[in-house]
Design a protein. Structure first.
Length: 154
């Protein structure tokens, strides 16, 4: 993506879920939270999103308090509103309610100076799915290693 700067990625989401679709959302932050995010102090690891009253909220995402802020800093794990179009929210609500999907934040980045969150529409992986992905990754790594050794001998 041109003009974007990655702040944080949620690798655990890709390990625990199949991400079928992604959506770009703005996020409603306080001033001290923006400063903390600019410093890279955001953790998406345990975060998830819920739809309440036609709005999407991100829960359990940790944004560390800004060090130079006052004692009025916000709670690090407070609910934060995500900004999406009404049609996107309605489409997501339909999929989450009917098909067993969940919403997880996958990336946080800056786009033209604004903080954006990439939200993934995710289906849960089971243990055998995780093992299969790990086995494929190991096999690919072994093949690449063998090819590299073969080319080095020539």
């Amino acid at each position: 993506m041109e003009g974007t700067k990655l702040i944080a990625a949620n690798k655990k989401a890709y390990f625990d879920y199949f991400i079928d679709e992604t959506y770009e959302a703005g996020i409603e932050l306080l001033g001290s939270e923006v400063k903390s995010v600019r410093a890279g102090h955001i953790n998406l690891k345990d975060g998830y999103c819920v739809i309440k009253d036609g709005e999407i909220f991100m829960i359990n995402v940790h944004i560390s308090p800004y060090e130079k802020g006052s004692y009025f800093n916000a709670d690090p794990r407070r609910m934060r509103k995500l900004l999406l179009r009404r049609t996107e929210i309605n489409r997501l609500r339909g999929k989450v309610e009917q098909k067993g999907y969940t919403l997880v934040p996958t990336k946080a980045y800056f786009k033209r100076g604004l903080v954006k969150i990439e939200v993934g529409l995710a289906r849960g992986k089971e243990l055998h799915d995780k093992r299969k992905v790990q086995a494929e990754r190991d096999a690919k790594r072994q093949i690449d290693r063998t090819i590299k050794e073969y080319n080095a001998r020539r």
